[in-house]
Write a protein of this length. Structure first.
Length: 519
């Protein structure tokens, strides 16, 4: 590349944790008066300007124009476009009054906000919230199956108990009334109104639906009061009448007491289940993390053979889809890790992860990498082909907290590698270390240390995506960690590298909208 090209870079938590933190807010109540729907209207011009200038707000991750978001819901490719729905509070930047927001895209990177798709019905089965779920295509019709929340008529009806709320969860169905998936018609009654007879559950939500032959299958996140987490399996021929079969999988009970069973793993949220690479994969969210399990699916029971953590950082409620070419794409909610008072004042909370392609490797482990189409967002580029050329980093700057950094290392035994991003105040923005251990190397991103698997001959590939307060970090496609970094300084970032590397690439990344509102 030419020298003047180089100079353009420039020279010189779980959902339930949030419920507890906003416990003074009644379930289903709109919090605050900052009403900002799919677009930020002219009446909110002051807020629009503030959001557009917020250096912590991501520029190339999907997020609503303002307010609170969480779980991805029903991502699907339909009618020549990608559709993403997600949990959304249309009235505030804190959790509450859950709706399904809607965004569409041609490439899974550039998004257009659509009107809110599904809202609670006053007096209905989802009066206290339209919670998470899935979308399937049934005889050409897009059908959403989701969890509706309402007050229990008795304590025995309550399925959600987190130490603050006591609610009833039922499974609801809505059918799209147009090809753009903008208008939906709900069934008058829930399709599954209660847990299996005699079963005392610790949760009953987040359905995932798929087809096997002439039947539909539905798996629900749950757990048993006298046992551990569980995924409950149902079948149907018409998506309306469902028969409970048995647990798809059950976990061991954690004897540690917790008011919220998600916190100790005795309730599993947000299941996802799909075939991949000759195996089946089960994803579930609990204890603040998304776990993966790869194994065999026979007689409609799942037996894991390998398991691990999808992402060790701020990543939850993962949901997958097939893209138009058949790739399995994973999405996840990136929650805030700062104090509620801070994101309430900021006017926004949460972001969607970048789309990740899933695969199963030769060791039976889940691998992921950001879709290669992310390259279309790249701007100016610096490449350093070896540590001996590392002095060129002195002149590299990352602007606007928006960059991709790719590093290939061949580490010798007992050798380390350190990447450091610093702001102009010489304060650390991000420290990332490949540290030698007796068994090889581990990835250290303060305060976590994560073992690296199968890095033969010390080879490690790091892929880092910086976007405002978000950093998505991948090592060898088998380890991921998403960090939130609330460094509000507006100057460029310097790059430091200490240790041997084969190549280091830095791309400035372009925003997907001119004002950080992702419209």
């Amino acid at each position: 590349m030419r020298e003047n090209d180089e100079s353009r870079i420039t020279m010189p938590t779980s959902r339930r944790d949030f419920l507890r933190r906003v416990g003074a807010t009644a379930l289903g109540m709109s919090v605050g008066r900052m009403v900002l729907h799919a677009d930020v209207g002219s009446e909110s011009e002051e807020l629009r300007k503030r959001l557009a200038l917020d250096p912590l707000r991501p520029q190339y991750h999907l997020m609503p124009a303002a307010n609170w978001m969480n779980d991805p819901n029903g991502p699907i490719y339909f009618g020549g476009r990608y559709h993403m729905f997600h949990q959304y509070n249309p009235a505030s930047s804190v959790w509450g009054d859950m709706h399904w927001a809607h965004a569409t895209s041609k490439d899974m990177l550039h998004w257009r906000h659509e009107p809110v798709a599904i809202a609670p019905t006053s007096g209905g089965w989802d009066r206290d919230g339209v919670f998470s779920g899935s979308i399937v295509i049934n005889e050409g019709e897009a059908t959403a199956i989701y969890t509706g929340v309402l007050p229990p008529q008795s304590s025995e009806q309550a399925t959600l108990r987190d130490g603050i709320h006591e609610s009833r969860e039922v499974q609801c169905l809505a059918i799209a009334q147009d090809d753009g998936l903008r208008r939906w018609k709900k069934l008058d009654e829930p399709i599954i109104s209660s847990p299996p007879t005699g079963m005392q559950v610790t949760g009953f939500r987040d359905p995932v639906v798929w087809r096997e032959g002439e039947e539909w299958l539905l798996a629900l996140g749950s757990g048993l009061r006298d046992g551990g987490g569980a995924i409950l399996l149902y079948r149907s021929r018409d998506l309306r009448r469902w028969e409970y079969l048995h647990p798809l999988m059950m976990g061991a009970r954690n004897p540690t007491k917790s008011e919220n069973p998600v916190d100790n793993g005795n309730m599993w949220e947000c299941p996802d289940f799909f075939p991949l690479g000759g195996k089946h994969v089960l994803l579930l969210s609990t204890m603040g993390k998304v776990s993966w399990k790869v194994g065999n699916y026979q007689e409609r029971r799942f037996t894991p053979e390998k398991e691990g953590v999808v992402d060790w950082g701020a990543f939850y409620a993962a949901k997958s889809m097939l893209d138009k070419t058949g790739r399995r794409i994973l999405w996840g909610w990136i929650p805030e890790t700062r104090a509620e008072a801070e994101y309430r004042a900021a006017g926004w909370a949460g972001a969607m992860s970048l789309p990740r392609i899933l695969s199963v490797n030769a060791h039976g482990e889940l691998e992921m990498q950001v879709i290669p189409e992310i390259a279309t967002l790249r701007g100016s580029h610096v490449r350093i082909a070896g540590s001996s050329d590392g002095n060129k980093l002195e002149f590299v700057r990352i602007r606007d907290r928006a960059a991709q950094v790719s590093i290939d290392c061949r580490l010798k035994e007992k050798s380390d590698f350190l990447l450091r991003l610093e702001n102009d105040g010489d304060k650390n923005f991000l420290d990332l270390k490949l540290a030698a251990t007796p068994g090889g190397h581990e990835l250290r991103v303060h305060p976590q240390a994560i073992p690296l698997t199968h890095n033969g001959a010390g080879e490690v590939q790091l892929r880092i995506f910086i976007d405002g307060s978000v950093a998505e970090i991948f090592a060898n496609s088998t380890v991921a960690i998403t960090k939130r970094i609330y460094d509000g300084t507006k100057g460029p970032l310097r790059v430091r590298a200490d240790g041997q590397f084969s190549s280091l690439d830095i791309w400035q990344m372009r925003a997907i909208s001119p004002d950080r509102l992702t419209t």
